[in-house]
Write a protein of this length. Structure first.
Length: 311
């Protein structure tokens, strides 16, 4: 269960200002599709999605989470791209996380046919770049679907990466009672927890263990980078650290160097804050729904007993 989290501080900048995660895109364009149902012939959600490709896919950023993905996301925006990131997916959790869950189960658990160009175009058709999980888990499929797209492999030393993961995803995922509160929130916490429990073991080989010396996440990190270097042709690949600045990135993408600082976004506090807010919203829904069933006083007693037992 999360403790109260302070409002994020401005520790980095994009053009002189630390952006909020919600500033990263036009939220009005990221909408839930509440009536999305499995296709009557294939049984897949993705085949019912109405999306189509509206712009060519240009760049695939396939590094791990917490390797500057948000900084790179903002940098691509500054260069005129419309990139996709987990921060975009979470704005339509029932739609996006369900669809990505379907893709992950197909690839890694053999549940149905895998995704190709047609499927990616439906979900990612309005975007010309991708970054972060779960996109980076579909390297071969994205390379085949978009043969003209360039690949940026953002890198980081494994030790600071583990510390960053432990201070963000590790902290959030160690909060107790996620499953309990998520059961009362089918619109946000529920889809998040189902997706987390699916994607984290695939991407990191753990849900919350990033601090121990022998954590399986360490080898997952090493194996991921070895895999990307193996499957991406050298002439399509840029290995990149956000500390390298605009120069290598713009040269690789064929873009003019902007007359402003390279974004350096440290969103760790925002990450924890946003997930804490999600937890408390789900808890509030749980208490509210129990109140309707058993009455406010009884709900208060139930909540107090549950709280005491989970702390």
């Amino acid at each position: 269960m999360p403790h109260a989290t302070p409002t994020p501080t401005t520790t980095s900048h994009v053009g002189g200002r630390q952006p909020d995660i919600l500033d990263t895109f036009d939220a009005r364009k990221v909408k839930e599709i509440y009536n999305l149902e499995p296709h009557p012939e294939t049984g897949r959600l993705i085949d019912s999605h109405p999306g189509t490709r509206t712009r060519p896919m240009k760049v695939l950023c396939l590094g791990m989470s917490r390797t500057g993905t948000m900084s790179l996301f903002h940098a691509l925006q500054k260069l005129g791209y419309n990139p996709y990131h987990m921060a975009v997916a979470i704005m339509s959790p029932r739609t996006s996380l369900s669809l990505w869950g379907e893709a992950l189960r197909a690839k890694f658990h053999g549940e149905g046919p895998g995704w190709g160009r047609a499927e990616f175009d439906r979900l990612l058709g309005d975007y010309d770049g991708v970054s972060d999980v779960p996109c980076n888990l579909f390297a071969e499929e994205l390379l085949a679907a978009y043969p003209d797209a360039k690949v940026v492999l953002q890198t980081r030393d494994v030790e600071p990466w583990l510390r960053s993961m432990d201070n963000t995803a590790g902290v959030v995922n160690r909060w107790r009672s996620w499953e309990t509160v998520a059961a009362w929130d089918p619109s946000l916490a529920g889809p998040f927890v189902r997706f987390r429990d699916l994607v984290c073991p695939i991407a990191f080989r753990t849900v919350s263990d990033f601090s121990s010396a022998d954590t399986p996440a360490r080898q997952a990190f090493v194996d991921h980078y070895a895999h990307i270097r193996r499957v991406v042709p050298e002439d399509r690949l840029l290995e990149y650290k956000v500390q390298d600045g605009w120069g290598p990135l713009c040269e690789f993408l064929g873009e003019e160097v902007p007359d402003e600082p390279m974004p350096h976004v440290n969103d760790a506090q925002q990450f924890v804050f946003a997930h804490g807010l999600m937890w408390w919203l789900a808890f509030g829904k749980m208490v509210g729904k129990v109140s309707l069933m058993v009455g406010v006083p009884a709900a208060g007693i139930v909540a107090a007993v549950w709280w005491r037992r989970t702390n």
